[in-house]
Design a protein around this ligand. Structure first.
Ligand code: RAM
Length: 348
């Protein structure tokens, strides 16, 4: 994990902003021919703090390299809301587009058009089709996330009973791949006592996620566990369960800053533990990937490597993604529980 580096980067950023022309000119010099280049990121949706943190990490790296950063935020977590943003970036002739997609297939035509116009295209967080990108910046291995979540549901339920999933939108590539991995893992005899009763979709909207959680509680009185592999879903569900003093327990993927009051081992807390990674690092790695594509250090082919500043696993290597395209993996998922949540809640 990157707590130390985050602190360092914050300190360095403060130093840069409060000091000196000398520092600034050194920055610009090291940026070399990136001045004049424009790097865009299109995030999932407005009102999604995780997505905002990805954008912050992306912006930090691009601006430190002396280039221009554009952040585009769709109102809703849909492909329809993202397509006009991509079209306007093509008209602006940006050098690179990084996109956290809301639909694995629906952006293919627009992103292909962008690549044909010479724009470097990569996805981050939630993938697009292989032909619509040069590479994908993946927060953690799909299998590893699926295993962590399947084992959490098994452990928290005591190995048997009803459980449900509260996801983002039904078209979200990342949530769908994690859910599919969980379901495949759970075909093993070990998980035979568990019954998945429903996959509900809160569309990464707090109110819809709240309503969906309430509906699950009403429909399934014997429900034991909800697994929400989305930061927006898990924080909405945590509040519903804890406010109602429900005996249903929660796990999934959440931001420590949003989940600290719900994490604990006793009955008064709804979530014993959950997982995530540093969303700012997803954005930072995405920025370094876009820079390497624009500089021509990489094309997105499997086996290529590139430098990512002081990031923990730099240099990164591009590997094969299970959709046949390529990906760069940030690192393993990290577990947050009562023993460490206080350390992390002010960091992201
Ligand atoms: C939500 C978004 C994002 C996802 C995280 C875990 O914020 O859906 O895409 O990666 O959850």
């Amino acid at each position: 994990m990157r707590k130390r580096t985050v602190t360092f980067v914050l300190a360095a950023a403060m130093a840069v902003s409060s000091v000196l022309p000398v520092y600034a000119s050194e920055e610009t010099e090291s940026a070399g021919d990136l001045s004049g280049k424009t790097f865009a990121i299109v995030i999932r949706n407005a009102g999604n703090p995780y997505a905002e943190k990805e954008a912050e990490g992306f912006r930090e790296v691009i601006e430190a390299a002396g280039a221009e950063c554009i952040v585009r935020t769709p109102e809703r977590a849909t492909a329809d809301a993202q397509i006009p943003l991509i079209q306007s970036l093509i008209s602006q002739e940006v050098d690179a587009i990084a996109i956290a997609s809301n639909d694995v297939n629906a952006l293919t035509a627009s992103l292909t058009e962008a690549m044909e116009a010479g724009i470097k295209v990569s996805s981050l967080d939630s993938n697009v089709a292989p032909e619509a990108r040069q590479t994908f910046v993946n927060q953690a291995g799909v299998q590893e996330i699926g295993q962590a979540l399947a084992d959490a549901v098994y452990d928290i339920s005591g190995g048997e009973g009803q459980w449900a999933i509260l996801s983002a939108s039904s078209q979200a590539a990342n949530q769908n791949s994690w859910i599919e991995a969980m379901q495949t893992i759970m075909e093993d005899e070990k998980y035979a006592g568990l019954e998945l009763v429903e996959i509900a979709y809160g569309d990464d909207e707090p109110q819809k996620s709240t309503d969906q959680t309430q509906a699950l509680l009403e429909k399934y009185p014997d429900l034991k566990v909800i697994c929400s592999p989305t930061t927006v879903g898990i924080s909405a569900a945590a509040k519903v369960l804890q406010d109602n003093q429900s005996s249903v327990k929660l796990t999934g993927l959440g931001l420590p800053s949003e989940m600290s009051e719900y994490i604990g081992d006793d009955d008064s807390h709804s979530c014993p533990y959950m997982f995530l990674w540093n969303p700012e690092d997803v954005g930072r790695l995405s920025a370094y990937t876009s820079i390497a594509l624009v500089e021509g250090t990489i094309t997105g082919a499997v086996g290529e490597t590139f430098e990512a500043g002081d990031m923990e696993n730099s240099p990164y290597t591009i590997t094969e993604c299970d959709d046949g395209g390529s990906e760069v993996i940030l690192g393993p998922p990290f577990r947050f529980d009562s023993s460490n949540i206080d350390e992390w809640k002010d960091i992201y």
